[in-house]
Design a protein around this ligand. Sequence first.
Ligand SMILES: [Zn+2]
Length: 346
Amino acid sequence: MRRLLATALFAPLIATAPNAHAWGAGGHQAVATLAAGLIRGTPAEAQVKALLGDMTLQEAAIWPDCVKGISAAQGYTYPNPGKYASCASLETPERIAEMASYVRRNDRQCEPKPGEESCHQQYHYTDVAIQRSRYIEGFAGTSGHDIVGAMQAAIAVLQGRPSTPPISFASKREALIVLTHLVGDLHEPLHVGSIYLDGDGHAVDPDKVATGDSESTQGGNRLLLPVVPPARPHSLHTTWDNIPDSLDARHVDAAWLKQARRVHATPGALQDWPARWASEVLEQAYDAHSGLGYSARMGESHSPHWNLTLPAGYNARMATMKQQQLTRAGARLAQLLNALWTQPAR
Ligand SMILES: [Zn+2]
């Protein structure tokens, strides 16, 4: 569930999945389950337990999506408990209070521009043009409070340094919870790379020519897949977020963990890991757009969309990439936790 605003605008047009969380809750829980398996018996496992208490890493992995249920307009309350089944265990009074506190501190502090989401919702993605081969802050679609900035802030807090405004993590616990989720989101290709299109459906390069909201596909949220009526259209972004049941947490077994152990170690300083991973994911985002056909721009000027045609074999290619990306995300979350805590818990 990447952009509530986009979802609201498209509400009459696009069916929202009952569990429309990025990667789906199942994907995030698979990432957390892989990581938990990889850190079993290490000092990192003890540190995670010390910070999370009775919250599991799997619950932490979906917390930043469940906090989207906190309504700023209704006084930072949680007006619709039960709406998302996966959030049920987070809907106790104590945990709702913890979510509301986070949203209060991470709502308007980044000064969202007209049409932009609240700050904490922007922490889940960046919109680098798929023409770029690297993530560099300052490129079109990036910001200091995009997914890379938010992960860097969380790592800083976990290393004992202050959070970087406008991002506010009140504790190592909060930073760990958000980081656990964002490592998953970062590996969803459409959370990193975005295609920008003109009115004729031709790709434009937002780092070379002036573009605005009307050229943004919002990470594929404005690209609609062909459907056979009466099915309602859904977006390319949602299609990438959804994972098949065969890739959910129940299917994390010895063979999958073995595959995750083969993911290569990340070199360099921890602070640089999010940008390094984002640069790699840009390649996947490029592949995710290859062969797609785009209609001319359609719809209202404030909520344009383009209709897609998919090349043959696209769904099989996508399924393979999803498995690879979930595996990398689980492995890298474990790498991060191990790198943060090589000493036993005190
Ligand atoms: Zn997310």
